[in-house]
Write a protein that binds this ligand. Structure first.
Ligand code: ADP
Length: 160
């Protein structure tokens, strides 16, 4: 059974992430999309909020599990019995960082392979960072994020 981990910050999950995830489910028996808790980035949403929004956004998708983890991705992958790390590539600018990460992970866990996928062109330019910026400046993010994310962010904004 081929199990892949799709790790990331997903702060928040976007249509770009979901496109990569969907392609992953066509390639592997199971894909675990997992929010990394030890990300250096300061969070916009809490880890629990991100997990909840991913769960709502993947409802109906086959062979997907949603989770979060502490510590190294390689240790989490081992614990889950996964052989593959799934990552997305947008532009050349992602490449250097992703290559370094992938080679570090291979050096630490030689049986773990990273598979890179590229999204559909219409999702390629989307990043969680840009979405936060558009949203916080009252722009329309509905084209870039799944509906549960759009709804939740608007409700959350009203609360504060
Ligand atoms: P990280 O903080 O680990 O970079 P992200 O949540 O930003 O986590 O992204 C997780 C993965 O998804 C990364 O491999 C990133 O390159 C990829 N990704 C993010 N947005 C897109 C997109 N629009 N198209 C393709 N891949 C994407």
């Amino acid at each position: 059974m081929k199990i892949a981990i799709y790790p990331g910050s997903f702060d928040p999950v976007t249509k770009g992430h979901l496109d990569i995830l969907k392609s992953g489910t066509e390639l592997f028996d199971k894909v675990i999309i997992a929010v990394a808790k030890n990300s250096e980035k300061t969070g916009f949403l809490t880890v629990d909020e991100r997990v909840m929004l991913i769960k709502q956004s993947v409802a109906g998708m086959q062979n997907v599990e949603v989770d979060s983890f502490n510590g190294l991705t390689i240790d989490y992958a081992k614990q889950k019995g996964a052989q593959i790390l799934l990552r997305g590539l947008r532009a050349v600018s992602d490449f250097e960082y992703e290559m370094q990460l992938s080679q570090t992970n291979s050096a630490l866990a030689k049986d773990l392979k990273t598979v890179f996928l590229i999204t559909k062109p219409e999702y390629n330019f989307i990043s969680s960072g840009t979405i936060k910026e558009i949203f916080l400046n009252n722009g329309d993010i509905s084209k870039f994020v799944p509906e549960p994310v759009n709804e939740y962010l608007h409700k959350r904004k009203l609360k504060y």
